[in-house]
Design a protein around this ligand. Structure first.
Ligand code: HEC
Length: 86
């Protein structure tokens, strides 16, 4: 019986952990890229505007907004693009 409880807990932990990992990359951007497109475009809007991961990364790098300056490198953008365009 104890074993069973441990198993169930382990499964719950794995499920909870994997959903956190899945959302992790976009979370770096979600503070500004919010639903309602303010202060900047939501994930859904960005996916509609930019059809591929490459176009998405290019748009991020081409952004005129000073708020995007800290994000204009592949080490940050590539994992986000991979997460969004899978
Ligand atoms: C501090 C706030 C902030 C954060 C954090 C942020 N952005 Fe932005 N981003 C902006 C603003 C402001 C713009 C310009 C929006 C506009 O042109 O109206 C922008 C523009 C963009 C664009 C270009 C959109 C277009 O179609 O012109 C992309 C792509 C983008 N961001 C991706 C990202 C990604 C990916 C991350 C996370 C790694 C991120 N942003 C994090 C504020 C932010």
């Amino acid at each position: 019986m104890k074993k069973m409880v441990t198993m169930v807990l382990a499964v719950c932990f794995v499920i909870a952990f994997s959903s956190v990992v899945m959302a992790a990359e976009w979370d770096k951007c979600a503070a500004c890229h919010k639903a309602g497109d303010k202060p900047s475009f939501s994930k859904e809007t960005l996916l509609k505007k930019h059809k591929t991961a490459d176009a998405f990364i290019k748009a991020a790098k081409d952004s005129k907004s000073p708020m995007m300056n800290a994000f204009k490198n592949d080490a940050l953008l590539a994992p986000v693009a991979k997460e969004l365009y899978k």
